[in-house]
Design a protein around this ligand. Structure first.
Ligand code: AMP
Length: 542
């Protein structure tokens, strides 16, 4: 139609070009695996990203639409990949390094990854996976010493690859609806599922989380990106920061509380993100060794699991630091809601204000949330009526990657989160439970069903069920209840050894409680609600 706006595709290329034009002197600071610091400007990053993009096309033969995988910590090279891969029309597929090797092999095969960028400290781990991914053509090593020996196929060093590129590379024209990033979630039943983000969804998500009602980030800020780049694109911070002109601090593998506190101080960080386990650790460390000066941190953003109100209150009381609670999922790019107070809350008593800030918060513009009861009708926003949380929006997936499975979608196209909770009259969401039979420990999923099946394969185990129990540091941990075969008993260590080939170490239950029987529902399924009640009543334990 005449007279309408020009077509200006919202792509990640426009983000990196904007950063270079407007904020060329802003900085990206990385703590390398060996503890040394690397720092350079947006302008330097832009030049190297162009060279990398050229090399991806000309040296590695990457085609538009191809998935290019990363297996890496947060760092400047990973950031360059975040822009170079989508910049040529390919898809940046971040592999979650914390998953079990067989899950990773499944994911890399499902995504048909042919090229992977591997961070040197993760080489031994990736060498276990690569033989099970027959399509791999090139493995590019990041941070690896020149003479490193490895069993990986098609090895190239990252700096050699970039050295072959040209800074004059011209970005191709891209459709804003083309795919740009791919993350798999293990937070579902069955095999991991892929969430494929578009350029447009990535751009709109980044722009929205930058706004004052959300993360509120500008060129006056320095952001510490604690959330790994292999977890839902580091919550979109690499894109948001570049649009805002914020300095980015990349911690690499240095995620211990003392290292984080050092980075917060040294770089005068003003905003940061992370799961509750990280902030619990930082709080404990600051309690033991209080910083001499108040930190520059304006707020620390928390999501992935519920931010305990007690932690928020303690940080505020002891260190005058503000927590900002947000909720989201791999399927929602991830940020969907954020809990900030509104003027209407100004006169409320402080404990009530804290309670509201500890909810999961309200929808960001671009996302809609509703709660649906068991009968399929939308329940009132009364803060009381519980139902399933469903969402739709500009950065919510419309289906899983290469999957016809529509179980997670309603007939009218909303995404079923598997979270259960309420909305109050002002739209503040409170998550009270989840329907997914999963445990979220330190920000990573553990499938209780997978643990149960694996345990029941042990010859001395008749029945087993696994529930999530609250944990101070990890927020949740798995607890296994086991019915042993007549007269048998198996030590915990042996059960852990038996499970370990199929699970990552952090996924193994800490405790196996022997029980005479497991409560069942009327249709003979394990009644996990009853098991949880037994636990709450102190009737399970050793
Ligand atoms: P993931 O896809 O791994 O990011 O996990 C998303 C899930 O993590 C959600 O469906 C929730 O179950 C949980 N989650 C994320 N953020 C929060 C939060 N702020 N409070 C409670 N649960 C959360």
């Amino acid at each position: 139609m005449n007279g309408l706006m020009m077509q200006y595709p919202l792509t990640t290329n426009t983000i990196v070009e904007y950063g270079n034009r407007v904020f060329p002197h802003r900085e990206i600071v990385t703590k390398l695996p060996n503890g040394a610091w690397h720092r350079y400007t947006y302008a330097d990053m832009h030049t190297r990203t162009k060279k990398l993009a050229a090399a991806l096309v000309r040296k590695l033969g990457v085609q538009p639409g191809d998935r290019v995988a990363t297996f890496a910590f947060n760092g400047y090279q990973h950031l360059e990949l975040y822009y170079a891969i989508p910049g040529i029309g390919a898809v940046c597929h971040t592999l979650n390094i914390r998953l079990a090797p067989d899950q990773l092999a499944y994911i890399a095969n499902h995504a048909e990854d042919q090229v992977v960028f591997v961070d040197a400290p993760l080489l031994p781990l990736f060498e276990k996976i690569a033989p099970h991914v027959p399509g791999l053509r090139h493995c590019v090593l990041i941070n690896a010493p020149a003479g490193v020996t490895t069993t990986l196929p098609g090895v190239v060093h990252y700096e050699d690859l970039i050295g072959d590129g040209s800074p004059d590379f011209a970005w191709p024209d891209l459709d804003e609806n083309a795919a740009c990033g791919l993350c798999y979630t293990s937070g579902t039943t069955g095999e991991p599922k892929g969430a494929l983000y578009s350029h447009r969804s990535t751009y709109l998500h980044a722009l929205t989380i930058m706004t004052p009602n959300a993360a509120s980030v500008s060129s006056a800020d320095t952001a510490l990106l604690i959330v790994p780049q292999f977890h839902v694109m580091a919550w979109g911070f690499p894109f948001m920061c570049m649009l805002a002109g914020a300095n980015m601090v990349m911690p690499g593998l240095h995620l211990q509380p003392a290292a984080i506190i050092d980075m917060l101080q040294r770089e005068r960080v003003t905003v940061a993100n992370g799961v509750p386990t990280i902030w619990l650790g930082v709080y404990e460390a600051m309690k033991q060794n209080p910083p001499a000066e108040k930190l520059s941190l304006r707020h620390y953003m928390v999501g992935g699991s519920a931010l305990p109100a007690s932690l928020m209150a303690a940080f505020e009381k002891d260190f005058d630091l503000e927590g900002l609670h947000a909720w989201g999922m791999t399927e929602t790019s991830p940020l969907g809601t954020v809990a900030r107070l509104q003027p209407v809350h100004a006169a409320l008593p402080s404990d009530e204000r804290l309670r509201i800030r500890a909810t999961q918060g309200v929808e960001m513009p671009g996302v809609e949330v509703r709660v649906v009861g068991e009968d399929g009708t939308v329940v009132p926003r009364d803060g009381k009526t519980v139902g399933e949380i469903q969402v739709r929006g500009a950065w919510v997936i419309g289906g899983y990657y290469k999957s016809d499975n529509r179980e997670a979608f309603t007939a009218d196209g909303w995404f079923r989160t598997g979270d259960v909770g309420t909305l109050d009259p002002l739209g503040y969401m409170q998550i009270t439970d989840r329907t997914k039979d999963l445990i979220k420990s330190g920000g990573e999923w553990i499938s209780s069903v997978a643990l149960e099946s694996a345990l029941m394969a042990h010859p001395q185990v008749k029945e087993a069920t696994v529930i999530a129990i609250p944990h101070e540091k990890w927020i949740e941990r798995p607890l296994a209840c086991v019915v042993f075969a007549e007269g048998a008993s198996v030590p915990d260590d042996e059960l852990r050894r038996f499970l370990s080939p199929q699970f990552a170490v952090h996924q193994l239950p800490d405790v196996f409680v022997p029980v005479a029987e497991i409560p069942k529902t009327s249709v003979g399924k394990f009644d996990k609600k009853a098991v949880r009640r037994l636990y709450a009543a102190g009737k399970l334990g050793k």
